[in-house]
Structures are given as C-alpha cells and as structure tokens.
Ligand binder design. Structure first.
Ligand SMILES: [Zn+2]
Length: 300
C-alpha cells in the first residue's frame, strides 16, 4: 500500500499543484493610498513585491513549516487578500478565512529595511491563513506562537524577539511560544507540522504527550524548593555544579554543601543558595513526569 499511496500523493501533488498555482490568487489592495503609510507602501514596498512574497511565503509554510506536500493536507483557499489599511493598535491582523490587514501606521513608522520588516509581518499573518486551529478550539496563545514560529524558522525575527527560556508561560503566545515550539521540535522532529496536522479538526492538550511521549506541564517560574522536572533536561547542567549525587533511579538529586577546603572560586554555583538564586529567576519549560527535589543541606 505504501508505494501506491506515495505515488497517488505524488500524482495529486503535481496535478493539483498546477491547479493550485493557477487557482490560488494573491491580491493586494491599498485602501488607504492617500495616507502617509499608504503612500510609503506604494513607494517603498509595492503591489508586485507583496504579491511575490505572498506566494513565496505560502509555499514556505506548506513545504517547510507544515510539511504539507500533499494538497489533501493543505488548507484550501481560492485567494489571499492583503489590505493596506488604517488600523487601531495593531501592525497587522488576519481575518475571515483568507484576509490580512496591514497597518498604514506600522508601515509609516518602519525604520531600516522596510521590505525586510514587512516580510516578517507577512510571514506571521500568512501563517494564520494556512494553519489549522482545531475549528476554533486551539488556544490563541498557541495560534500566535505558531505564527511567530514561522518567522523564527525563516530566520526573520525582529530585534527583541524572545530568546529561549524567556517569558512566564509556554502558551503566552507570540515569540515566547514560538521558542517553546522550537524546543519541542528539538525533542520531536517536525513537531510543529505534526501538531498542526492534529489540530485540523480539534485541539487537545494531550497532543503534546502524543507527539513527545511526555505530558505537558507548565510550572511557570520556579519559586519552590520542590519542583517537578524531567531530570534528563537538566542533569548536564547539574553535572557542572558541585556537590550533588543522583539516587539509584536518577530522580532525586541532593545538593550537598561544598567541603570548605575546596576552591569555591572555580565553581559557577559554589553553594546551594547561589544555585537557587539562579533557578528562581529562570523559566523552565517542563516536559515529563520526573521528580527532582532540591534539598537545602547544611552539611550535617
Ligand atoms: Zn497573529
């Protein structure tokens, strides 16, 4: 069956790709052409550039981000419409099934490479057009995170984009969630593509466990001494530190007071208090059911 399915899919890809290229239309409508941002759009970005990147981004989303090389897997739309319009408080929005509004105020205020910044925003908004949202059941933070994941994956992040570990919650959206999805990709290759595929009809938090083999638990910032964590994610870091010894099954780690005769200057975290100070100000994304206990030991 497999070879047959492969050829069937391949055939559909070729035949429908031609059909899709012919049918899928990218439209650019500047409805605020007299505004400063609308004028700047026409002068420095333009309709043809925008149409071109819409097609390029569309193909990038299908082939790279969502791994949807078979048209049967893709969200089908007849056209994508980008409106250059006056918006209150947003750089861009995606709306309806296939519409994007880009703010004239955003375009007016762009500094530096205008087309480059505009492309970053289009990567985000175009993702909304083609992503599955569990027919409305996917949390908005995850929806926005996937859109920013496309930006991250395309190496098109703006200055100030979250670094790995930034933020308070994995699902707070945008760049923070994009970094979390990047982390999941490191556990399960093509995680985002697989997650998106699962969300075609509905969303379930168990998808994370289905794909990674580990339940998703978010503890936000660590403020307690007893924390649940997947030990394998942190044990390398702990190995660099002083005075710990894993128990037989590797799930309990005890930090022990450093012997007074050792040279503490060469250790990054020479004692328990300094390590806890380090931990409490970091966000940990936690996948797994391992248990780690941090114990304050006074050496007695
Ligand atoms: Zn968005």
């Amino acid at each position: 069956m497999a070879p047959h399915s492969f050829f069937l899919c391949t055939f559909l890809t070729f035949s429908l790709s031609f059909h899709e290229i012919a049918a899928l239309e990218y439209r650019v409508i500047n409805v605020a052409a007299a505004t400063p941002g609308g004028i700047r759009f026409n002068d420095e970005i333009g309709h043809s550039f925008t149409k071109n990147i819409m097609g390029t981004i569309n193909n990038y989303i299908w082939s790279v981000v969502f791994q949807q090389n078979c048209p049967a897997d893709q969200k089908q739309v007849d056209s994508v419409n980008t409106y250059i319009a006056e918006l209150d408080g947003a750089a861009g929005i995606a709306w309806g099934n296939n519409n994007i509004n880009i703010s004239t105020g955003y375009i007016k205020d762009l500094v530096g490479d205008v087309k480059w910044h505009f492309t970053s925003l289009m990567l985000h908004e175009m993702t909304h057009v083609f992503q599955w949202n569990g027919e409305g059941t996917t949390p908005s933070g995850l929806i926005e995170g996937i859109a920013d994941y496309t930006v991250l994956r395309a190496n098109h992040t703006e200055w100030g984009f979250a670094n790995p570990g930034d933020g308070d919650r994995w699902d707070q959206g945008y760049a923070v969630t994009a970094r979390f999805l990047e982390y999941c990709d490191g556990i399960t290759p093509f995680f985002v593509a697989k997650l998106n595929k699962l969300m075609r009809v509905t969303y379930n938090v168990t998808y994370f466990e289905d794909l990674t083999g580990k339940p998703l638990i978010n503890y936000g910032r660590i403020t307690r001494l007893n924390i649940h964590i997947d030990v394998s994610d942190i044990v390398d870091m702990l190995n660099e530190m002083v005075g710990f010894s894993p128990d037989k099954d590797g799930k309990v780690i005890c930090f022990q007071k450093l012997h007074k005769t050792l040279d503490v200057e060469k250790y990054r975290y020479p004692g328990v208090p300094s390590f806890l100070e380090y931990v409490k100000n970091r966000q940990l994304w936690i996948l797994g059911d391992g248990v780690m206990q941090l114990r304050l030991c006074d050496g007695s």
